[in-house]
Design a protein around this ligand. Structure first.
Ligand SMILES: C[S@@+](CC[C@H](N)C(=O)[O-])C[C@H]1O[C@@H](n2cnc3c(N)ncnc32)[C@H](O)[C@@H]1O
Length: 192
């Protein structure tokens, strides 16, 4: 079951390894924690719910949009295993570098973090992906990310305050809403 696998991954990948030193003593608290530069390491219950909805299997190719501290990228790396691949993308350059440094401690060569292209959402050149996790809130569903899913692939994304799953099909995507959550905003490129 997806939630059991996620709980196991949360046991393997320690949240404190993805927090600034001054925040580590709060790692067990179920709330978002500041990681600097106006961003956060997400609330553990929220991460459990997001990753359970994502139904990640071993061997999946996964995109993690808004990798921040690197925690979700490492959790996804643990879920896909060495047969899979995880690409984390983070808009803030200092966080992208720090997230990769945090991830390095777990020695998962199949998971990596790079700075996001400010002019393109996601990583169109590396897709299509089996799974996409977005841990920042979009105002509306970004079609450019839906296009980066495999047909049959699944994305979890907060849209206008509602945790949303999006399954790509050969026609219109299947969109399901799962309840209210609070996130920092997803910065959507205006490439006019
Ligand atoms: C809630 S935080 C990240 C939580 C993170 N997944 C973790 O495990 O700590 C959301 C992140 O999304 C980033 N972000 C916002 N818009 C983005 C975009 N278009 N591309 C990549 N990252 C973005 C923010 O800079 C922020 O670090």
């Amino acid at each position: 079951m997806s939630e059991d696998r996620v709980r196991e991954a949360l046991g393997r990948i320690r949240r404190e390894d993805f927090l600034p030193r001054r925040q580590r003593r709060f790692a067990a608290q179920d709330r978002a924690l500041a990681i600097g530069l106006g961003q956060t390491n997400s609330q553990p219950t929220t991460v459990l719910n997001l990753l359970s909805l994502l139904e990640v299997d071993e061997g999946h190719q996964v995109l993690d949009v808004g990798s921040g501290s690197g925690w979700t990228t490492a959790l996804l790396g643990s879920l896909v295993g060495s047969a899979g691949t995880v690409y984390g993308v983070e808009l803030v350059p200092e966080l992208a570098a720090w997230g990769q440094q945090n991830l390095d401690a777990y020695d998962m060569a199949w998971a990596s973090i790079q700075q996001a292209d400010p002019e393109a959402l996601g990583l169109p050149d590396k897709g299509p992906f089996d799974r996409i996790l977005v841990s920042a809130e979009a105002g509306s569903l970004p079609t450019s990310l839906v296009d980066q899913l495999e047909v049959g692939g699944l994305m979890v994304i907060p849209v206008a305050g509602v945790m949303t799953t999006v399954r790509r099909t050969t026609t219109e995507p299947t969109v399901v809403r799962h309840g209210l959550y609070s996130f920092v905003p997803l910065i959507v490129p205006d490439v006019g």
